[in-house]
Design a protein around this ligand. Structure first.
Ligand SMILES: [Zn+2]
Length: 335
């Protein structure tokens, strides 16, 4: 009988080691320690033993029970480790940093531009990116076959619809709906079929502005843009107007600011000129007023438009417009 117990000891140890999960261990426990298990079976037969043998076998059987119990418990802990470990918190580990997102540099720049004009009485208006030919060209004094359409030509959709080439379309929508006085800026995405390179993209962002009332003059335009330039680029910034042609303004000008890098002395960024072109502007052409049903003898106004990417490139010192649209976080995280 002692021989039988030694055999059970070996078997039980092997079974405990072989058990792959808690359910397997429970089977082992029932087989050896259960009420009808192997050890209970031996205990039941002890009455047949001699008086000398009985206490020895009884002692060994009890030792074996305890041993199997201990090994089952030990094995259960080992098997349970996987699940238990993951719930443990190791307070000595360095914390996991979650990087917070932030606004895209183009959005940040556009919001800064909007804020400056909001502070001097302009309101913000938005409009659709899919527009009519009338709103994008005809109403802005750019009739069909006019050569200046080429400069603004765009992506045509079906019928008379197209992707707007400037946010001036929102000016037309505003003037068709409301009467002066009007004072608004129009931020948004615009499209032109330009080949993409370091300074061109087929899609970019604009902020345009419009002011219409009786007796609005070119001096009002200069004043508004001077405030903008000083708040955007610094109080030392100077502004200069160069005569230019736009179909929708007369007179028209391209507007430069003194170079924000060299302060006007001349450097690589400004091409040694000391000036940086930032926008186009002018007095609203009477033909535009006629197209929206205003009397050009009663009302005057000014309009301006700037590329947000251009401003962002100057402020942040970025030399390739494509970087803004590649979604490369290594680039975007810098702003
Ligand atoms: Zn410069």
């Amino acid at each position: 009988m002692e021989e039988k117990l030694r055999q059970l000891q070996v078997e039980a140890n092997g079974a405990i080691e072989a058990a792959q999960d808690v359910a397997g261990l429970e089977e082992v426990r029932v087989r050896y320690l259960g009420r009808k298990g192997e050890i209970a079976d031996i205990m039941g037969k002890m009455k047949d033993l001699s008086n000398e043998e009985r206490p020895l076998v009884g002692k060994f059987a009890n030792q074996l029970k305890n041993e199997i119990s201990a090994k089952l418990e030990q094995r259960r802990r080992t098997l349970g480790t996987g699940a238990a470990e993951t719930e443990k918190v190791d307070v000595t580990l360095p914390g996991m940093q979650r990087r917070l997102g932030h606004k895209h540099p183009i959005t940040q720049t556009m919001e800064r531009i909007n804020e400056i004009f909001l502070n001097i009485g302009f309101r913000i208006l938005e409009g659709p990116e899919i527009e009519t030919e009338f709103n994008n060209f005809t109403a802005l004094n750019i009739p069909q076959d006019h050569p200046s359409r080429d400069a603004f030509d765009t992506f045509y959709l079906e019928d008379e619809f197209l992707l707007r080439s400037h946010t001036s379309t929102v000016q037309i929508r505003l003037m068709q709906k409301e009467r002066p006085p009007l004072q608004a800026i129009m931020p948004g995405r615009v499209y032109r079929p330009d080949a993409t390179d370091a300074s061109h993209s087929f899609m970019f962002h604009q902020v345009e502005g419009l002011m219409v009332d009786e007796r609005v003059t070119f001096a009002d335009l200069k004043g508004a843009l001077d405030i903008f330039a000083k708040q955007m680029f610094g109080t030392q910034t100077r502004v200069r107007f160069r005569p230019h042609f736009f179909p929708f303004t007369e007179p028209s000008a391209e507007v430069d600011v003194s170079c924000i890098i060299c302060k006007g002395k001349g450097c690589r960024v400004c091409g040694q000129k000391g000036w940086l072109e930032i926008l186009g502007a002018g007095s609203v052409d009477p033909a535009v007023f006629k197209a929206v049903g205003y009397d050009p003898r009663q009302y005057t106004g000014f309009a301006f438009g700037m590329g947000v990417e251009r401003i962002a490139m100057l402020i942040y010192g970025v030399d390739d417009i494509r970087l803004f649209f590649e979604n490369d976080l290594r680039f975007l995280r810098q702003f």
